[in-house]
Design a protein around this ligand. Structure first.
Ligand SMILES: Cc1cc2nc3c(=O)[nH]c(=O)nc-3n(C[C@H](O)[C@H](O)[C@H](O)COP(=O)(O)O)c2cc1C
Length: 181
C-alpha cells in the first residue's frame, strides 16, 4: 500500500506535521510494508488554477511551470491520501487549497481510482467549534465527487507551534489510526 501525505501547514515544527508523523509512525510500526510519500505542499511552487482548461485537452497536464505535474503523479500513485491542514479563517490553508485545485487537471483519472482518504484538521479553537465541521463537509463533498472514501477524520485543538505533542491522549489516538486501514 502506498500512502501519500499532504501537509498543508507551512510551519516546520507545526502541529499538523507532528500529527501526520504520529500517524505514519503507527502505520509503519504495524504495517511495515507500507510506502510513504510525505509532501509539504506549502513548500512546493504551486500557482493557482486559472481555469484555462488546457489540461482538459492535453492529457491532464497543468500548463503552469510549477510543481503540480509532479504532485499529481505522486497523488495518482497513492492508494490512501492523508490530508493534513491547519484551520485558517474557518477553512483549510490556502497552500493546501492550491494543491487541491490542481486536482482539476486529473479529475477524470482520479474518479477511476477509488482511493481512500484520511483527514487531520488542527485549529486553535475547541473541536466543538464550527470550522472543523465546515472543513470535514468540504472533504466529504470532494470525496463524493471523486468517488473516494473517507476512512478517518480527526479534529484537533492546538495553537502554539508543536503544542499537540503535549496532548498524550490525542497523540495516542493518532498512533492507533493504523487500525482504520
Ligand atoms: C492565518 C491564520 C488563520 C487562523 N484561523 C484560525 C481559525 O479560523 N480557527 C482556529 O481554530 N484557528 C485558527 N488559526 C490557528 C491555527 O489553526 C493553529 O495555530 C494551528 O495549530 C496551526 O497549525 P500548524 O502548527 O500545523 O501550522 C489560524 C492561524 C493562522 C496563522
Amino acid at each position: 500500500m502506498q500512502i501519500v501525505i499532504l501537509n498543508g501547514s507551512p510551519r516546520w515544527k507545526g502541529n499538523t506535521r507532528i500529527a501526520l508523523n504520529q500517524i505514519i509512525s503507527g502505520i509503519s510500526k504495524n504495517i511495515p510494508s507500507t510506502g510513504f510519500e510525505f509532501i509539504d505542499v506549502a513548500h512546493l511552487h504551486l500557482m493557482g488554477c486559472t481555469n484555462c482548461e488546457a489540461c482538459k485537452t492535453n492529457g491532464g497536464v497543468c500548463i503552469h511551470e510549477d510543481d503540480s505535474a509532479d504532485l499529481m503523479e505522486k497523488i495518482a500513485a497513492g492508494d490512501l491520501i492523508i490530508f493534513g491542514t491547519p484551520v485558517y479563517w474557518w477553512g483549510i490553508s490556502a497552500q493546501l487549497k492550491l494543491a487541491i485545485d490542481k486536482f482539476y487537471s486529473r479529475t477524470e483519472l482520479f474518479q477511476t481510482q477509488h482511493k481512500r482518504v484520511g483527514l487531520v484538521v488542527i485549529g486553535a479553537s475547541s473541536v466543538q467549534d464550527f470550522e472543523y465541521q465546515l472543513i470535514c463537509e468540504q472533504f466529504e463533498c470532494i470525496c463524493e465527487y471523486l468517488g473516494w472514501v473517507i476512512i478517518f477524520e480527526e479534529s484537533i485543538s492546538a495553537f502554539a507551534e508543536g503544542e499537540v505533542s503535549e496532548n498524550a491522549k490525542v497523540m495516542e489516538r493518532l498512533g492507533e489510526l493504523w487500525t482504520m486501514l
